[in-house]
Write a new protein. Sequence first.
Length: 169
Amino acid sequence: MTSRPAHPLLSIRPATADDVPLIRQLIAELAEYERLAHAAVATDDGLRAQLFGERPAAEVLIGEVDGEPAGFALFFHNFSTFLGKRGLYLEDLFVRPRFRGTGLGRHLMATLARIAVQRDCGRFEWSVLDWNEPAIGFYRRIGAIGMDEWTVQRLEGEALRALAAHDEL
């Protein structure tokens, strides 16, 4: 095992369409970590269309340690009716295991916070799996608070199609 320099060089850059295979690979690694590999069905073509097409649905930052791809953050804007402002929603944050402890996760989060402030967002939000104690601890250390009174709701697959097919009154 090679040792890492005492102070690795951290860098963050916006992803480009050329990064799509890397983004898909990082998504696969995140899905494996979250025990959801079966749910990671994104393709390069689909990601390219959704992230770099005519109307991008999200943005991606690539984090590097000493020039090597080490993680990513995928985010998009949501909107708070109560604040009357858009927010920044972090869909996924992932740092490859061998790069954890380098400060890259904090660097990615700080970059996202700066983007939120620069874009006049009222909030910066994300979800975390309730069993992911290391991530929850990290989020608490950077000042995040849990929204325990809220639960995520989801429609997908057949339930989504069934509701969409429901006749209007």
